[in-house]
Design a binder for this molecule. Structure first.
Ligand code: NDP
Length: 246
């Protein structure tokens, strides 16, 4: 995958950093974006010269067309978009405010749409490209206290299929990865304060352990590579069996 250019939203930390790391290891020029410049700079330091950073809050939808245009202008192409940036609010259903619901939808769904639309315009001109969305177990089964997150991730999976049927005939593959429970700041926040939830996670994961961020990086590198050239429209669980667990 040398000579390819990838953009990973939220690539400065957690799964996004592992995704960027896997793409860089495959020789891909990888741009990571996020809100926190220091976090991005630290990631760039660890990933080396194939990694480039851009500060962007993906909820600023109006900024996305110029953001993507600048990347095309600077790097000449965009071959892979990984819509990884995401947030979660854990709160009882009746206590979630409209603003909180909207914030999660804005980050996890609206931004994915806007980013994909702009990337697809460039990929259509190239006649090739690959978009990978990051979903969740919250789209495979019901999880309490994450209503907006569940709604956003379920929508991502539908959007993946709709984009795949429209864009695949034109040379753009669109796929989705549904990570199980993977070590990151997000899961630490969701599970460490809730031993009952943590026990449930392990109880229904046949492999009996949480995943590592690299597990998601490897799956993205595969789906982005020529080895996956006949794969489009799938939702690939990377979950130690959690989604099919009893
Ligand atoms: P983290 O909270 O560790 O990282 C989230 C990343 O998203 C950060 O780099 C953050 O960067 C970025 N981000 C958040 N909001 C914005 C924004 N408005 N604009 C730009 N960047 C933003 O989460 P994870 O690594 O755990 O999660 C990554 C993705 O994987 C998410 O989509 C999540 O839903 C999904 N996922 C994770 C699972 C897990 O087990 N960890 C399980 C299932 C799905 P910054 O702060 O610099 O903006």
């Amino acid at each position: 995958m040398a000579q390819q250019v990838a953009l990973v939203t939220g690539g400065g930390a957690g799964l996004g950093l592992a995704i960027a790391s896997a793409l860089v290891a495959a020789g891909t020029t990888t741009i990571i974006c996020g809100r926190n410049e220091e976090k991005l700079a630290a990631a760039q330091q660890s990933l080396g010269p194939l990694c480039h950073t851009r500060v962007l809050d993906v909820t600023q939808l109006a900024a996305i067309p110029a953001f993507v245009a600048e990347i095309i202008e600077t790097f000449g192409q965009l071959d892979v978009l990984v819509n990884n940036a995401g947030i979660n609010y854990k709160k009882p259903f009746t206590e979630v405010t409209d603003e909180e619901f909207q914030m999660v939808m804005s980050t996890n769904l609206n931004a994915v749409f806007a980013m994909s639309r702009e990337a697809a315009k460039a990929m259509l001109q190239q006649g090739s490209g690959c978009i990978i969305n990051i979903s969740s177990m919250a789209a495979q089964y019901g999880i309490p206290k994450v209503i907006a997150y569940s709604a956003s991730k379920t929508a991502i999976e539908g959007m993946t299929r709709a984009m795949a049927v429209e864009l695949s005939p034109l040379g753009i593959r669109v796929n989705c990865i549904a990570p199980g429970f993977i070590y990151s700041d997000m899961t630490a926040a969701a599970l460490n304060s809730d031993p009952e939830r943590k026990a449930k996670v392990f109880g229904r994961t046949p492999m009996g352990k949480m995943g590592q961020p690299q597990d998601i990086g490897s799956a993205v590198a595969f789906l982005a590579s020529p080895a996956a050239s006949y794969i489009t429209g799938v939702v690939l669980p990377v979950d130690g069996g959690n989604s099919i667990g009893f």
